[in-house]
Design a protein around this ligand. Structure first.
Ligand SMILES: [Zn+2]
Length: 408
């Protein structure tokens, strides 16, 4: 298991440029949005009491979903995917701690919301690395978002004539059966029409029982914030079962940790790319280490990869999108967890400090020692315990100066 950071410096540079650009965007956005602050109790300029969506808008202000951040609501304006994410997220209690892999989502205004959507499988984006937050969406696409938020329940078939696409059947059926939509006419849902803001807020209001007080909806939001486990190096030096193996190398203490569990199918299992991706995102949401990079994960299974070097079983790299990227040469849970530990620590101060001492002559020290040192043992041991179900190797809290080798 070999780690390469061939584009690390590029990454830092590009990231600072990206952050600067985002700050520019955000500051412009804030300037426009707060030019004329209006108290939340005031009415929007363009929402009259007798509009069908007036009650929904009132609900959204009371629940701080839209708030009043300008004078007007713009009910006829198309809803963007980014706004839709933020409103759905606020309706669900603004849970934090989720990340996504898209490279076009503004920080910090939409990133938490889109991360939450991505983690919960509500969106897969418009491509592998894009969410297209400024783009619009159709009524059919939004039906799918809301249906996935609800957990993809089955429902009796809808009776609209214009909903024909396979992927729209279950979402629209559920939307109709739960009373959230009555369609654009008795026989039409207009799934291809662009969703506008008044429709979006009406759908969300319909989803929330407190808004409609309807007996036909039986939905509640069950998404909760995932508590994060913060991993640090404790001051104690334990004398656990695998401590004596540490000076021999990283494989030795890991081998010691695993030895009795090699036949355990849960521990020794193979992972698909989907498994790997889901588990990596789950770990990212649940585990915190100082200086953890909060963005951009990807994983691929490539048994023939030459990137990781000779005899490697996998590696962790920055890829060409500057994504933290795991290549699994062997699709083993243990390899995934080892490399995920590297990703969690990619900018950890103690590791970067350690690498400062590297010269061309002792470059291998980087891989051997710095990246498999004290904090790595803590994180890797924690991941094996939590996500592979083996007892701790008791190697967290140990210090060594020549801890590990990444080469056999
Ligand atoms: Zn390693």
């Amino acid at each position: 298991m070999f780690m390469s950071l061939y584009s690390n410096s590029n990454y830092a540079l590009r990231r600072s440029i990206l952050v600067a650009l985002m700050l520019l965007v955000v500051s412009n956005f804030v300037a426009v949005q707060t030019a004329q602050p209006v108290a939340a109790s005031n009415k929007y300029c363009d929402v009259s009491e007798d509009e069908y969506y007036a009650k929904a808008v009132e609900w959204s202000v009371a629940e701080s979903i839209t708030g009043i951040d300008g004078n007007c609501f713009y009910p006829e304006t198309r809803a963007t995917r980014g706004q839709t994410a933020v409103w759905m997220w606020r309706m669900s209690g603004s849970p934090t701690g989720f990340t996504h892999i898209f490279n076009d989502v503004p920080e910090p205004t939409q990133s938490s919301a889109v991360g939450w959507m991505y983690y919960n499988g509500i969106t897969q984006g418009t491509s592998k690395y894009t969410f297209s937050p400024a783009g619009g969406l159709t009524r059919g696409e939004f039906a799918a978002f809301l249906w996935r938020l609800e957990g993809e329940p089955a429902a009796v078939q809808h009776s609209f004539d214009d909903v024909v696409a396979d992927w729209q059947q279950a979402p629209v059926s559920w939307l109709a059966a739960s009373g959230i939509t009555k369609g654009t006419s008795p026989s039409m849902f207009s799934p291809g029409d662009t969703l506008i803001r008044s429709q979006l807020i009406t759908f969300l209001c319909g989803y929330d029982r407190q808004c409609t007080n309807s007996t036909t909806t039986t939905t509640t939001t069950t998404t909760t914030t995932v508590p994060k486990k913060t991993i640090t190096v404790p001051p104690e030096y334990p004398s656990g079962r695998c401590v004596s193996e540490i000076p021999k190398g990283v494989y030795e203490w890991e081998g010691c940790a695993w030895n009795d569990y090699r036949d355990n199918p849960e521990f020794n299992k193979e992972v698909t790319v989907i498994d790997a991706k889901n588990l990596m995102h789950r770990i990212w949401a649940e585990v915190y280490v100082e200086q953890k990079v909060e963005c951009c994960l990807s994983v691929e299974l490539d048994p023939d990869s030459k990137v990781c070097g000779m005899n490697a079983t996998g590696c962790a790299v920055y890829d060409s999108h500057n994504y933290l990227h795991i290549i699994l040469i062997k699709n083993r849970l243990t390899v995934l967890l080892h490399e995920t530990a590297h990703l969690l620590l990619v900018e950890h101060k103690s590791i970067l400090d350690c690498e400062q001492d590297a010269t061309p002559e002792n470059e291998k020290k980087i891989r051997r020692v710095c990246r498999h040192g004290d904090i790595f043992r803590c994180v890797a041991d924690y991941l094996y315990v939590e996500y592979a179900g083996i007892p701790s190797a008791d190697v967290c809290g140990t210090t060594t100066t020549d801890a590990a080798s990444d080469e056999r």
